[in-house]
Write a protein that binds this ligand. Structure first.
Ligand code: BGC
Length: 697
């Protein structure tokens, strides 16, 4: 029997209560006996392995035997034996913690992201999980928002490619993904978490929807409906966004789970008079599974009896849940295929961490440092700590698995002893720095300052970190700053006092080793920024793909007639796509032949490098104003010193068209400017018009 026949056969045997049970997601925030009873009674079909809504800040492991026990009850003791689907927030690693998602996007390496997700799924499956609440696909232009750490940055195209890679990687090991938070959550006003959003339909289709569209096309099995409202319309109660757009227009066939108590929140948002009404609104809008408040469980039977929710809708929701369970093979292997627990994948964690780092400044080519002949001091709050490198949302990571910066650097220099301060006292740190030829200052922000409900009004490194740099700078210029953070920080002062700056994000368990790989040149850093770095909060929002103005105001891309601000430059501190290397590249002329764009890229330095060649375009005659530049292709090319390769991009309907506010696709005008380069501002430009599209994908 095929899956749809099996679903129908099962559905025919289910009571109303059992159907509703499949639409209930329970958490571990209740007495275990009550949970066992719910599962036995068939009134919980979905389980989230979390104790509270703030799982992202929960540290400490869940006893995973519970997964097998509850599954056994579901399969052996419930009337129909329907297996549970068991999920957990496994966001950027389970026990092997990889770099935070924002850092992974900085690698621009879809294959590596797929591999990391695959390994994370393998570890998760060994612990009895079938499902993870990732990837997070919220495009965000506001680094104050703490949750920027969980996503892939400011660009819809890059986020879409990352989404595909992550979903495929999870799927490679049989784990279901959950594209979240659908939709618009990343536009939270003022970067304040859980705030409302204003998003025009034009922006919704072109800026916020593309990663979700890509996720659906990549076969994502579940989607999470978000907390926020858009223009006053709460997403988790929106028929237009959930049913019309996601299910009908994009063709999503899996189930929609509400974010943690998002159904209940319709009451606080002032659109539902009480719990029963909240359940009716969310369910009718298209939420299939109610996240943790049991409102569907308590009220759907009543609502069905009163004819306020239809049998068709109920069966549709149950079908969606069963479909995912059948697709995962849970009816045949309720405990999963249970691979044996693999050892920590340190080599992969190290390789990816090294790829994510972005070299922002390297005056006089101070980096890479020689491995011999220098006295090196390692100072700063991140020099010798473990936990913070795990980043937000690493529920099952263990601080003990983390290689510190000091350990990594020391391991890379077996022949000399690095200098560490005797204590964290300011004076002791300065004393250590004074003894060295080179000072590596490892700075940043705590992982607890990032993630859910952790927004920040200031992006400057906190505490005495800048004072420390300033003091060290009084006696030496040889300062390398390594910044460990979950968002773009304001590096204005760091840059002033450092010869080199390496952005290391929160890199996961192999942080120290990966840093050493880059600092000493074993790896030539190839990371490129997935988001614009502002000069402080006053510039926010600042993003590379803003729309054209009629006046000359665009300081992002160079001089403008009208300054954006009287008191600071309008240009960003670092633009989207930016990243230096230990080698240099020269870009040849951009040549367009029909719909193929080709450019020769030459490694003009003396080291092997991997350059991420980026293609941007602007529609010059559009029906609606288009972004000044829009990423529409990228390619990672490995080049030996002196080597030239021709990099080709194919532009088709997908790349050239855009969406009208009503969601219809407008083909490109045929008049474009194209840039190809190593970041969004520096590319070589070509005008392209009257194109004939051939081989349109
Ligand atoms: C978060 C989600 C998360 C869920 C389950 C919510 O508070 O917004 O991202 O997946 O909790 O833990």
């Amino acid at each position: 029997m095929n899956i749809e026949d099996r679903i129908n056969e099962l559905l025919g045997r289910m009571t109303l209560a059992e159907k509703v049970g499949q639409l209930n997601e329970a958490a571990l925030n209740q007495p275990m006996e009550a949970l066992r009873e719910r599962v036995r009674a068939g009134s919980t079909g979905v389980l989230v392995g979390a104790f509270s809504a703030f799982a992202g800040h929960e540290k400490g492991k869940i006893e995973t035997d519970i997964n097998d026990e509850l599954q056994r009850i579901a399969v052996e003791e419930s009337r129909l034996g329907i297996p549970l689907i068991i999920g957990r927030d496994i966001i950027h690693g389970h026990r092997t913690v990889f770099p935070i998602p924002l850092a992974q996007a900085a690698s621009w390496d879809c294959e590596a992201v797929r591999e990391a997700n695959g390994f994370m799924a393998l570890e998760a499956a060994a612990d009895g999980y079938h499902w993870t609440y990732a990837p997070m696909l919220d495009v965000s232009r506001d680094p104050r928002w703490g949750r920027m750490v969980e996503g892939y940055g400011e660009d819809p195209y890059l986020a879409a490619r990352m989404a595909e890679a992550a979903i495929k990687g999870l799927g490679d090991q049989g784990l279901a993904a959950c594209a979240k938070h659908y939709i618009g959550y990343g536009a939270s006003e003022g970067g304040r978490d859980y705030a409302s959003t204003e998003i025009s339909d034009y922006s919704l289709y072109n800026d916020y929807l593309p990663p979700f569209r890509a996720a659906v096309e990549a076969g994502v099995q579940t989607v999470m409906s978000s907390f926020n409202d858009i223009n006053g319309e709460p997403v988790s109660g929106s028929y237009r966004l959930l049913t019309k757009l996601l299910k009908e227009e994009l063709g999503f066939e899996g189930f929609i789970v509400s974010d943690w108590d998002a159904v209940q929140q319709l009451i606080a948002q002032g659109v539902a008079a009480g719990e029963k009404e909240a359940a009716r609104i969310a369910f009718s809008a298209g939420v299939d599974v109610d996240g943790v408040q049991e409102l569907f469980l308590r009220f759907l039977p009543e609502l069905a009896a009163e004819g306020k929710v239809s049998v068709e809708r109920l069966d549709d929701a149950v079908r969606r849940v069963l479909r995912v369970k059948f697709q995962l093979g849970l009816f045949d292997h309720p405990y999963g295929l249970k691979p044996s627990k693999p050892p920590l994948n340190k080599p992969l964690a190290r390789r990816i961490a090294a790829e994510c780092m972005v070299l922002l400044k390297n005056r006089d080519n101070l980096l890479p440092l020689p491995k011999k002949g220098l006295k090196i001091a390692l100072v700063g709050p991140f020099a010798d700590i473990r936990d913070a490198h795990l980043g937000a949302w690493s529920l099952d990571g263990q601080a003990g698995d983390v290689v510190t910066a000091a350990e990594g650097v020391q391991a890379a220099l077996p022949d000399c002893k690095i200098i560490l301060p005797e204590s964290i006292l300011f004076d002791d740190v300065i004393t250590a720095a004074r003894k060295a030829d080179i000072v590596i200052a490892v700075l940043g922000e705590s992982r607890d300052k990032t993630g859910e409900a952790r927004s920040a009004a200031s992006l400057e490194p906190t505490g005495d970190q800048i004072a420390l740099l300033r003091e060290i700078h009084r006696f030496t210029d040889n300062i390398v700053s390594v910044i460990c953070a979950g968002r773009p920080l304001d590096l204005t002062e760091v840059l002033r006092h450092s010869k080199s700056v390496l952005y290391a994000w929160h890199l996961g368990i192999e942080a120290g080793n990966a840093m050493a790989d880059v600092l000493f040149g074993t790896v030539n850093p190839g990371g490129k920024l997935p988001c614009t770095f502002p000069r402080g909060t006053g510039q926010i929002p600042i993003y590379y793909n803003h729309r054209s103005s009629g006046r000359s105001t665009d300081e992002y891309y160079g001089d403008a007639e009208f300054a954006n601000y009287q008191d600071i430059p309008g240009s960003p501190l670092f633009p989207f796509g930016f990243g230096l290397q230990y080698t240099t590249y020269e870009y040849g002329e951009v040549v367009v032949d029909k719909n193929t764009v080709a450019v020769d890229v030459t490694n003009t330095g003396s080291r092997l490098g991997v350059e991420t060649v980026q293609l941007y375009l602007r529609d010059e005659r559009a029906e609606i104003i288009r972004p000044v530049r829009l990423l529409k292709g990228f390619s990672r090319v490995s080049l030996a010193p002196g080597e030239t390769k021709t990099v080709r991009f194919t532009l088709g309907e997908e790349e050239l068209s855009y969406y009208a506010p009503n969601g219809s696709r407008i083909p490109g005008s045929g008049w474009f400017t194209i840039w190809v380069g190593g970041d969004c501002v520096s590319g070589k430009r070509v005008y392209w018009h009257d194109i004939t599209l051939v081989n349109v994908r």
